[in-house]
Design a binder for this molecule. Structure first.
Ligand code: ZN
Length: 114
């Protein structure tokens, strides 16, 4: 399961951060993932709950923001959102498009319990 390994590396990062900042308990974790990463938020949520047990992230709320895949047309310069992996400019139908976003995977912030 793809999401479980992501949840594990996520918790590792969180553990490190908490140790560095002497945080014992987290309230919330905000995560940003691109649609391109192919993550199922529900599975990640579940994986996170399992692997965070016994860490400062146990019981913390995990908020997952899914960012759409966006692209820029090399021909007419249009910016558009890519749906269903169709990399074609909606304005001029050109296939010369450059992907811009959608493969993000990072922690935006950690909220501590005080
Ligand atoms: Zn175009």
């Amino acid at each position: 399961m793809h999401e479980l390994s992501i949840a594990m590396s996520l918790v590792e990062i969180i553990k490190d951060e908490c140790q560095k900042n002497k945080v014992e308990k987290l309230k919330k974790v905000k995560l940003v993932v691109g649609q391109m990463a192919g993550i199922v938020p529900d599975s990640l949520q579940f994986g996170f709950e399992v692997v965070s047990e016994g860490t400062p992230a146990e019981g913390a709320e995990l908020e997952i923001e899914v960012k759409p895949i966006t692209a820029c047309c090399q021909k007419c310069g249009a910016n558009f959102e890519v749906t269903e992996f169709r990399f074609r400019c909606p304005q001029c139908q050109s296939l010369a498009v450059k992907k811009q976003g959608g493969d993000e995977l990072y922690i935006e912030y950690l909220e501590t319990l005080d």
